[in-house]
Design a protein around this ligand. Structure first.
Ligand SMILES: C[S@@+](CC[C@H](N)C(=O)[O-])C[C@H]1O[C@@H](n2cnc3c(N)ncnc32)[C@H](O)[C@@H]1O
Length: 357
C-alpha cells in the first residue's frame, strides 16, 4: 500500500484563484495573530543588520498582508525608522508567485503601502529543507500550511484523505509521514533562526475526541465517488485520489520535544482551538444554501484541486473534472447545510541561546 513513487504535494490553484477563495484561511489565521505580535515584541533586534521575517507557505500572498504588516509595525517601533526590514515569502517552486508580487505592488492591502524600508523577496523551495543561511531569521510565520505533507505516503482506497480511512495501516502511514515531516521542518528552522528568534505557526490540528474536518472531507469524497459510480473516473484514478494533508494532535507536535528541546529549538507554546466557519456565519445571515455550497466548493477546489488533478489519467480534461466536482460538492452541501467543525493548532518555537538541547 505504501508508495514511494507517489507524487509530491502540489501548490494551490494558480492564476490568483487561491487569493480569490481563501476567506476561510484568512479567518483561521486570526487566532494566531496575538502570538505573532507577542513574538515580534520579544525577539532580539541588536545590531544594525536588516531584520529578516520569513513567511513559510505564503501561497499567493493575500493572507500574508495583515500578519506581516502587524509584525513589521512592531519591529519598526522597536528597531527605529532607518533599520531595513526584509520579508521573505516562501512556497513550493510551482507556486503562483506572480500573484503574490502583484498584490505587493498594486493592492491597497499590501504591507508595502504606507511603510518604508521594507524589502520583500520570495524563495521557491520546500520548507522541509533549509532555505536561508544559518542564523538569518529573526521572526518566522506560517499560516494554514503545515498540515500539507511533503508527499503522499499511501493511496487510501476508501477516502480522499488517508487520515479518514477505515484501515488502521493507512492511518499509521499518515502518522509516520506527519512525524517525519514535522522533524524535518523543525531541523531546518533550527538552522535558519537566529539565537532568540521565534517562529509562530497556525495549521490544521486534531481535536480531543475526533480529527475535525470530517463533514467537508466526507462530502468531497462522496462527490468524487459519485463521479466514479457515473463512469467519470476510473477505479485507478479514485484510488490515486488521496490528498497529502492531515491534522496533527498536540501530542504529535510535542513528540520531538520530549527530551526538552529539539536541535536547539524550544516549544514555547502549543494549543488547539476550534476553527471558525465564515461560510456558516454568512449562511445564518442570508439563509442561502446555494451560496453556502458554492463558497465551500470554490474554497475546497482552490486549496485542494491541484492535488486531486495530479491523479487524473493524462487524457482527462482537467477543467471538466474540476467543474463537475465543484457542482456535485456544491449541491451536496446545499442539500444539507452544516457548520464545519475543525481544529487549529497554534505553535510558537524559539531558538535557544544555548544549543545543548
Ligand atoms: C493553504 S495555503 C496557505 C497560504 C497562506 N499562508 C494562508 O494562510 O492563506 C498552503 C500553502 O503551503 C504551501 N506548501 C505546502 N507544502 C509546502 C512545502 N513543503 N514547502 C513550502 N510550501 C508548502 C502550499 O503550496 C500552499 O501555498
Amino acid at each position: 500500500m505504501t508508495d514511494n513513487s507517489a507524487p509530491k504535494t502540489a501548490p494551490m490553484q494558480g492564476a490568483g484563484a487561491y487569493n480569490r477563495s481563501s476567506a476561510l484561511q484568512a479567518a483561521n489565521l486570526s487566532s494566531a495573530l496575538p502570538l505573532l505580535e507577542s513574538a515580534a515584541r520579544s525577539v532580539p533586534i541588536d545590531g544594525n543588520a536588516p531584520l529578516v521575517l520569513v513567511d513559510y507557505g505564503a501561497s499567493q500572498g493575500l493572507n500574508s498582508m495583515q500578519p506581516m504588516g502587524a509584525a513589521l509595525d512592531i519591529l519598526r517601533v522597536r528597531a527605529g525608522p532607518q533599520r531595513p526590514l526584509e520579508v521573505v515569502h516562501t512556497d513550493l517552486p510551482a507556486n503562483d508567485f506572480a500573484a503574490l508580487f502583484k498584490i505587493l505592488a498594486d493592492d491597497k492591502r499590501s504591507y508595502l503601502s504606507g511603510r518604508r524600508d521594507v524589502f520583500p523577496s520570495a524563495i521557491g523551495r520546500s520548507y522541509f529543507e533549509p532555505m536561508l543561511p544559518p542564523g538569518r531569521v529573526v521572526l518566522g510565520w506560517s499560516s494554514n500550511a503545515l498540515h500539507w505533507l511533503s508527499r503522499n505516503p499511501v493511496h487510501a482506497p476508501d477516502h480522499g484523505w488517508a487520515v479518514f480511512s477505515q484501515d488502521a495501516a493507512v492511518r499509521a502511514a499518515v502518522d509516520r509521514q506527519l512525524d517525519q515531516d514535522w522533524r524535518a521542518f523543525l531541523q531546518a528552522r533550527a538552522s535558519e533562526l537566529c539565537r532568540g528568534g521565534q517562529l509562530v505557526c497556525q495549521f490544521m490540528g486534531r481535536g480531543p475526541d475526533h480529527h475535525g474536518f470530517e463533514w467537508m472531507a466526507d462530502a468531497f469524497w462522496a462527490s468524487l465517488s459519485s463521479m466514479g459510480a457515473d463512469g467519470l473516473l476510473s477505479d485507478d484514478e479514485l484510488l490515486r485520489m488521496t490528498c497529502p494533508s492531515a491534522g496533527r494532535s498536540v501530542e504529535q507536535i510535542e513528540a520531538p520535544f520530549n527530551g526538552g528541546g529539539y536541535h536547539g529549538l524550544r516549544l514555547n507554546h502549543v494549543s488547539v482551538v476550534e476553527g471558525p466557519d465564515p461560510f456558516w456565519e454568512a449562511y445564518r445571515q442570508s439563509g442561502d444554501a446555494g451560496q453556502l455550497g458554492r463558497s465551500w466548493a470554490k474554497a475546497m477546489l482552490a486549496a485542494n484541486g491541484p492535488n486531486f488533478t495530479t491523479a487524473l489519467n493524462p487524457d482527462r480534461d482537467v477543467n471538466v473534472f474540476l467543474h463537475t466536482l465543484g457542482e456535485r460538492l456544491s449541491a451536496r452541501v446545499a442539500a444539507g447545510p452544516r457548520r464545519s467543525q475543525t481544529y487549529l493548532l497554534l505553535v510558537v518555537l524559539e531558538k535557544l541561546l544555548e544549543t545543548s538541547i
